[in-house]
Design a protein around this ligand. Structure first.
Ligand code: PHE
Length: 339
């Protein structure tokens, strides 16, 4: 009896700290064919019936205790090994070689949008947004662009779902959304991405950013437009630059104009950037066409308004002296790190 108890306590001690290999050996040592307990059970024949029963059941109990202790130890070993594996294989997202941490910065296009928006906010404009996926109505029809207009050509516009939808070709589509939802007075700018189906080169990209402007109220005149855009250019580029308005054409404005500013690089003397003209084309604008007001149920006898569209990349390139628009979209860190 004492022997068996001793065997169990001795086995327990060994099992407690055993690794897997030792556990297998212990199993053989105690429970195997010639194991300690098996030997005891085999030798029962030499005892009296009474002793046989007692020692037999004692030995069997010991067997199952040792067996389950070995299994338990195996289970906890599994857990320990898994924990260790997790600890060792954990992904360290901040390894020491990342320090000192490189500081991020805004993309130059985003920087320009923020800068332009700040100027217009200071002039009393709110910032609005609209969808990039549009219908013919918002992008063309409501803006007085007729069915056969060249801008609607497949060469210029990305159509989607069998001509049902399209990727907006300008942010002017958001003029319509804003006026559908709000009665005058309205004074908003709309920064956003636009798409054109055209090959990319140093000055063209199939996707770029515009900032639309729209102001509608009673008695809004071309003077308001001139003052606002001149003030914008002065605040954004510098007060000493001259600004001029040239007659132009857009379907959704009448009259329409193109705004040039004096070349900030040569101050109007003529250089490579302004192609020796001394002027740089910066944006398109005009007085909102009555047909546009009709499309959104505005009283075109009572209200007038102006609209403008700024090409963000163009301004970005001017501001930072970048000569290829593709640099803005290649995400080459050597380029981006300069900002
Ligand atoms: N939507 C015009 C373009 O993409 C720009 C513009 C906006 C012109 C508003 C006049 C008024 O070229």
């Amino acid at each position: 009896m004492n022997d068996i108890e001793q065997i169990v306590s001795e086995a327990s001690k060994k099992i407690k700290n055993a690794d897997n290999l030792t556990l297998n050996n212990l199993k053989t040592e105690y429970l195997g064919k010639s194991g300690v307990l098996t030997q005891i059970l085999k030798s029962l024949s030499q005892y009296s019936i009474e002793d046989k029963k007692r020692i037999g059941s004692q030995a069997n109990k010991a067997k199952s205790i040792i067996e389950s202790e070995i299994e338990n130890r195996k289970d906890s070993l599994k857990k320990i090994l898994l924990d260790e594996k997790m600890r060792n294989e954990r992904l360290d997202y901040f390894p020491s070689f990342y320090f000192p941490f490189p500081k991020g910065s805004f993309h130059p296009v985003v920087e320009t949008i923020r800068g332009i928006s700040a100027v217009f906010k200071s002039l009393g404009f709110l910032v609005a947004q609209g969808p990039e996926l549009e219908t013919d109505w918002y992008n063309f029809e409501a803006l007085n662009i007729p069915k056969n207009h060249p801008a609607k050509d497949l060469q210029d516009t990305f159509y989607i779902e069998g001509m049902k939808n399209l990727l907006r070709t300008h942010t002017s589509s958001v003029q319509i959304h804003v006026m559908e939802k709000h009665k005058p007075p309205v004074k908003v700018i709309v920064p956003g991405r636009v798409y054109r189906n055209e090959a990319s080169d140093a000055s063209h990209s199939s996707t770029f950013y515009q900032i639309e402007g729209l102001a509608v109220d009673e008695n809004v005149t071309f003077v308001d437009l001139k003052v606002t855009l001149t003030e914008f250019i002065h605040r954004f580029f510098g007060y000493k630059l001259n600004v001029r308005f040239r007659p132009s054409h857009f379907q959704f404005t009448e009259p329409s104009a193109e705004v040039d500013m004096q070349c900030p690089f040569c101050r109007g003397k003529g250089c490579k950037i302004c192609k020796n003209s001394g002027w740089i084309e910066t944006l398109g604008c005009g007085m909102v066409h009555p047909n546009v007001f009709k499309a959104v149920d505005y009283d075109y006898e009572k209200y007038t308004g102006y609209a403008f569209g700024i090409g963000v990349e163009r301004i970005t390139m001017l501001k930072y002296g970048i000569d290829d628009i593709r640099l803005l979209y290649e995400n080459d860190l050597r380029f981006l790190k300069q900002f």
